[in-house]
Each structure stands twice: as C-alpha cells, then as structure tokens.
Design a protein around this ligand. Structure first.
Ligand SMILES: [Zn+2]
Length: 455
C-alpha cells in the first residue's frame, strides 16, 4: 500500500530546506512522523497543506532558553515561553536549570518535570545543573532524561553558587560517566566580581559599565580552563554563548590541538553591538555582555567558515518593570528572543549574510545531533513531523505587541523583517498559524538517545 493512502497529512508544493540543500518535495506524515518524501506524492483523499511558494524547514531546536519555571513565573512560564517558541518556528526548546530552586538534584529534576508536563506547546528538554557539590546527583538526573548539565563558571540569574575547580572536575567526570554534554557559561567568576566591585566603587551605574566589567580575557581564561579540564575528564563540552573574538580564537586554537568542543553563538551577540547600550540601555544587559562591533564581525566570520556549531537564543525573560531598571547593577541580564530568532535569521539570509540551509544546520540539525535528539532536526522519513512553513518574501517588522511571551520587551521591536513564519507543526499537528497558537499544549519531554554525538 503506498504510504499516502494511509497518511494523516501531506504537505505539497513547498521547497524543503535541509542542512545541506533544498528540493521541491512533498512531505507525507503519519502518526506524527514523516513516512515519505518525494515529488508528486499527493494523490488526494487526505488532508493537504498547500505550501506552494513556501519554504518547509525542520522545526528549530533552541538549546538555550530560560522559561523561569519554577520560582520566577512572574517573568515567564512553560505555557507562555513555549507559545512564543511555536510562533517562532521553534519546535524543541531546552530549558536551563537556574530556576528557583535550581534543578541540581534528581528529586528537583523530577519535580520540575511534573510541574511543567502538560503545559508546553512544543517539545522540551530539561538541563540539570552542575553545581558546587552535586556530582552524586548527575547519574540520577541522567536517568530522568537530562539533556545535559549546565555549568555556570560565572554569576547569573538565580540563587546558584559557582563551583570551584575541584567541584567542576568531579561534575565533569560524572557527566562523562553518563555520556552527556556539559554546557558551560565560560566567564571567570572571581574576576567578574573584582571588576564589578571596582566599577561600583568608582560610582558607575550606566549600562556600559557591565561591558567594562566583563573584559574578553575573562572569557578566554574560563574557556581555556574548562576545555583543559573537560578533555582530561573526557567530557563532551559545549561552550554556550561564546562572545568575543579572543575567546573564539582561543577555542579554535584548542580545537586545533585536538580538544573537542562545540561552540554556540547567541542571536543577541550576532545582531547587537555595543552601540545598543546607548539605544536600549539596560534592556540589553546580557551575560556575557553585548560586545564591540569587532567581536560581532568575528562571530559572523566564524559562522561563514563553519567554525560555529549552534545558534541559540538565551531567551531570558524579565518583567517590564525589571527591564526598565536604570541602575546597571540592579538590572537583570537577558531578554526574550525565542520568537524572533528565525525571523531575524531569515532577514539576514535575505541580505545574503548566511543561507537558509545554514539556519537549518545551526538551529536544528547540529543541535539535535550534538545532544543526540534522535527524532529531531531533519525532515526525513522516520523523523518527527516537526516543521515550519516560511514565506521568504514577506516584508514586515518585529511587532513587540504581537509576541507571545509574558512580557514583550525586546530591542528588536520595529526592526524590519524579510520572511516570516506562517505556520508551525509539532509531530504533524498544527500548533501555530498566522499569529495564533493553536490547540491544547501537546509538547513532550525529549531525552538524549543512547548514541554518540557526532558534531
Ligand atoms: Zn542563558
């Protein structure tokens, strides 16, 4: 029996974009999975999505979001954050553990899983925390499906304490034993505190003080230390939000010596430079900070060379009042981004800065492979039918009031866009179309498959 006769859905007439090319292909879906792809598969009699003139992309996998549950749901929660993801063409999010309380034990991991299950509009993975004294908890969290473990070498939102090197090494060994990725926020905490104290003592409260208090060598030192330790412990290491030209050079040098490490660049570090402090003030306070234009150019050049593995958002919501804080030391780091990532990248693609294939590779294919999410990141038979319909030709602008987070404060409000997300499907079900999130939350937990990552 040909697959289309028993299919649930067929997407016809579109151009399917993968990490390495594009083809005019129909996509046949059954039971939430792709069962066939090819030309002219539509023989009628089943629900049809007409994608004529549109691009069909695999749903994006955002490896770096903070949905703030538990403990900070005044900022965001799983329902609002995953609504924003669906509207942005992101069908899998991986949530960070620096909540209140932090997700640093198997018990807390289970509690978080229970708390957020049934609330998500897209699929989700949960990171555990690698904290100052929890190496014994790593295996238990892995058992419950932890995507990996986040290590904060430098201070951030939440009541987590940065571990010392011995605690880091024990955590790296424990993560290696369960073959999961450790994702690191690589800044030297002692140096950050010293520079912060110095700037505070001098009376500085302006947004640029945040940049001055986190110089590039603080990142260079931390990446050197963590890559050295992870190699010794044989841990899969991922550098979250690498932000400086010097840090990038160091990681590439370490790679050339045989250290294996994957690199993430953030949308904010690619689309904003230090001028943003003058325009947006503390709204663009971010850890690591928004950098000078030279660093931004270095990140884009690295993307062009294929040296960056992953682009993510670090979607980090705060309330409107928090985002308006004038004193840089009282302001929080981060802002929303999961809904604007794909539109901003499509706009960059329309300008020729990267290709749509690059977007798929950096935001879907590579993250799914690096974290061994077996069914995601590609449109191919056997994979989940997570896909996004994109109209590459629409011209518009970011409209903050139309976004789906709890507090829609974004520096990108009003930015011109070329290309838009028309609809998002999760395992064959429509979850977003033309401004509206559709249906009940059907997102499920994703877990790493028991296979070696290959990125
Ligand atoms: Zn983050």
């Amino acid at each position: 029996m040909p697959p289309e006769t028993t299919a649930d859905l067929i997407v016809t007439g579109g151009t399917v974009v993968s990490h390495d090319g594009r083809r005019a292909q129909d996509v046949v879906v059954r039971g939430g999975r792709i069962v066939a792809m090819g030309e002219n598969l539509n023989q009628g009699g089943i629900p049809t999505v007409d994608a004529s003139g549109l691009l069909v992309l695999p749903g994006l996998v955002d490896m770096h979001v903070h949905l703030r549950e538990p403990g900070m749901t005044e900022k965001e929660d799983f329902a609002s954050g995953t609504s924003a993801a669906a509207a942005g063409g992101v069908t899998t999010v991986v949530d960070m553990p620096n909540t209140s309380p932090p997700v640093a034990t198997a018990e807390r991991y289970q509690q978080k899983l229970d708390l957020v299950s049934g609330k998500a509009y897209v699929d989700f993975g949960l990171y555990g925390m690698l904290d100052h004294d929890n190496a014994d908890e790593i295996a238990g969290m892995a058992e419950l499906g932890a995507m990996g473990f986040k290590l904060f070498m430098g201070q951030t939102t939440g009541d987590n304490r940065c571990p010392n090197d011995a605690a880091i090494f024990r955590g790296l060994e424990a993560a290696a034993a369960v073959d999961l990725v450790v994702g690191v926020h690589a800044e030297n905490d002692h140096l950050l505190r010293m520079f912060g104290d110095r700037l505070r003592a001098s009376g500085r409260t302006d947004p640029r003080a945040h940049l001055e208090g986190r110089p590039a060598f603080v990142e260079v030192e931390a990446v050197t230390r963590i890559v050295t330790m992870a190699t010794e412990a044989r841990t899969k290491l991922h550098i979250h939000h690498l932000s400086t030209s010097a840090g990038l050079r160091r990681v590439l040098e370490l790679r050339s010596w045989g250290h294996q490490v994957s690199i993430e660049a953030l949308i904010a570090h690619l689309f904003l430079d230090e001028d943003a402090y003058d325009t947006y003030g503390n709204l663009v306070k971010l850890n690591p900070p928004i950098r000078p234009a030279g660093d931004v150019e270095a990140l884009w050049a690295a993307i062009g060379r294929g040296d960056v593995d992953i682009i993510a958002t670090d979607h980090a919501p705060h309330t409107v009042a928090e985002q308006a804080e004038k004193d840089v030391w009282k302001a929080y780091g981060g802002f929303i981004g999961v809904e604007t990532m794909l539109p901003l990248l499509l706009t960059a693609a329309a300008r020729g800065v990267l290709s749509v294939e690059d977007i798929v590779r950096l935001c879907a294919y590579n993250p799914a492979r690096r974290w061994s999410i077996a069914d995601k990141g590609q449109l191919a038979p056997g994979f989940d039918a997570d896909f996004v319909l994109v109209d590459p030709s629409t011209e518009g602008a970011v409209d903050a009031t139309a976004l789906h987070s709890k507090h829609n404060v974004t520096p990108y409000d009003g930015w011109p866009l070329r290309g838009s997300v028309l609809a998002t499907y999760l395992r064959g079900q429509l979850v977003y179309e033309k401004g509206a999130v559709i249906g009940a939350p059907s997102g499920r937990q994703v877990r790493p498959a028991g296979k070696k990552a290959t990125v």
